[in-house]
Ligand binder design. Structure first.
Ligand code: PMP
Length: 381
């Protein structure tokens, strides 16, 4: 079968992933025969929905080793990040620490905190921030630290455990945007010691429009959306039950399949890395080799415009940075923050390998890339 799912060859799994057919099948009855509102427990349909919701909550909680009462369903990671930042924040005078390489759904709400000072930590050239940097930035009035678990552009996996222990030592709430991490690499809220964590189903072969916020018991947080008091008053609105079922089912499969897939994708990634840097002149990789998301790569090709490169690589679906800022002609702020010069940042492409990708596709990609890069360089002289 050929169709949008397999042509062009999809290499953009950090922007989204296809919903697993097994997940979709599990969701379908919740649109029709099992349509009940989980809050309407005066009748059988509502009670059945409520039971399904709570079962799914337990699955999601187990996956990150949390308790079910610490999981709050949201419309995705954007909303979870907004609740985490705007819900904890209201203390003045106050100070928040974050990084320069957060997703915009953290950067924007932090930007809007009125009367709060913000420190944005600069990562090192591979994208790491350290617990030491957090410690140095702490002030008596700091009440929140938010550090992305794994970056979707350059793949860097942060030392969350060390950062969490600095936060705990100082009684500061620690949030991590774990959207690119949960379901791709092991993530245990107790081993890490974070207080809040955001996740999203569509990055891990689940549906779009559903995510969750983990809130450690005892952390004080207020809602952004008020109304019927669903999700124990933190997120009013009828829960997207088909979505919740999909998130839980996607994570169930991740429990069995994540480790094997991570090993396979790491091998494919290393193959791509070695071939590209070995066979294409002036090619560089942005981000680290170790402590990197399994399927992630980010290349710069000097003297090649990334938009032109993507146009010429039409057999592959790629991105030149975060899809959320696609369409903007600005260089990626993540690449700029790790010190990639502007011209090289404008010459960069991101690859996100996933479950459907094969070694043959990786080889095809590198072969096409060689041809495209040389042709574009010839044209540009
Ligand atoms: N955080 C990160 C790190 C992401 O990659 C994304 C998705 N691009 C989000 C948050 C937003 O997630 P959602 O699409 O579920 O709102």
């Amino acid at each position: 079968m050929s169709g949008p799912a397999d042509f062009p060859i999809y290499l953009d799994h950090h922007s989204t992933t296809p919903c697993d057919p097994r997940v979709l099948e599990k969701m379908l009855p919740f649109f029709s025969e099992r349509f009940g509102n989980p809050a309407a427990v005066t009748h059988a349909q509502g009670r059945q929905a409520s039971t399904a919701l709570e079962e799914a909550r337990s699955v999601v909680a187990d996956f990150i080793r949390a308790r079910p009462t610490e999981i709050y369903f949201t419309s995705g990671a954007t909303e979870a990040n907004n609740i985490a930042i705007r819900g904890v924040a209201v203390r003045q005078p106050g100070h928040v620490i974050t990084t320069a390489i957060e997703h915009k759904s953290v950067l924007a709400p932090v930007e809007q905190l009125a009367g709060i000072e913000v420190t944005r930590l600069r990562p090192d050239p591979e994208g790491f921030v350290s617990a030491e940097q957090v410690r140095e930035a702490l002030r008596p009035e700091t009440f929140l630290v938010s550090v992305i678990a794994a970056n979707g552009e350059i793949g860097t996996i942060q030392p969350l455990q060390e950062i969490a222990s600095v936060c705990r030592e100082h009684g500061v709430v620690f949030h991590t945007d774990a959207t690119q991490a949960i379901g791709r690499i092991p993530f245990d809220v107790n081993a890490i010691g974070c207080d809040l964590a955001s996740m999203s189903a569509h990055k891990v072969y689940g549906p779009k429009g559903i995510g969750a916020l983990y809130v450690r018991k005892g952390v004080r947080i207020s809602p952004l959306v008020v109304g019927g008091g669903q999700e124990r008053n933190l997120r009013s609105g009828t829960v997207n039950l088909p979505g919740v079922i999909g998130l839980a089912e996607a994570l169930k499969y991740r429990s069995d399949e994540m480790a094997g897939e991570a090993a396979r994708l790491t091998a494919l990634r290393n193959l791509m890395w070695d071939r590209v840097t070995g066979e294409i002149e002036l090619a560089s990789v942005n981000g680290p080799r170790g402590l990197r998301l399994p399927g992630n790569l980010n290349f710069s090709f000097a003297r090649v415009d990334s938009e032109a490169l993507m146009m010429s690589m039409r057999r592959f679906s790629l991105s030149s940075g975060s899809a959320c800022s696609a369409g903007e002609k600005d260089p990626s702020y993540v690449l700029r923050a790790i010190g990639v010069p502007e011209d090289l940042a404008m010459s960069s492409i991101r690859v996100g390998l996933g479950r459907m990708n094969t070694e043959e596709q990786v080889n095809q990609f590198v072969d096409d890339l060689q041809v495209s890069v040389s042709r574009l360089r010839e044209i540009s002289v």
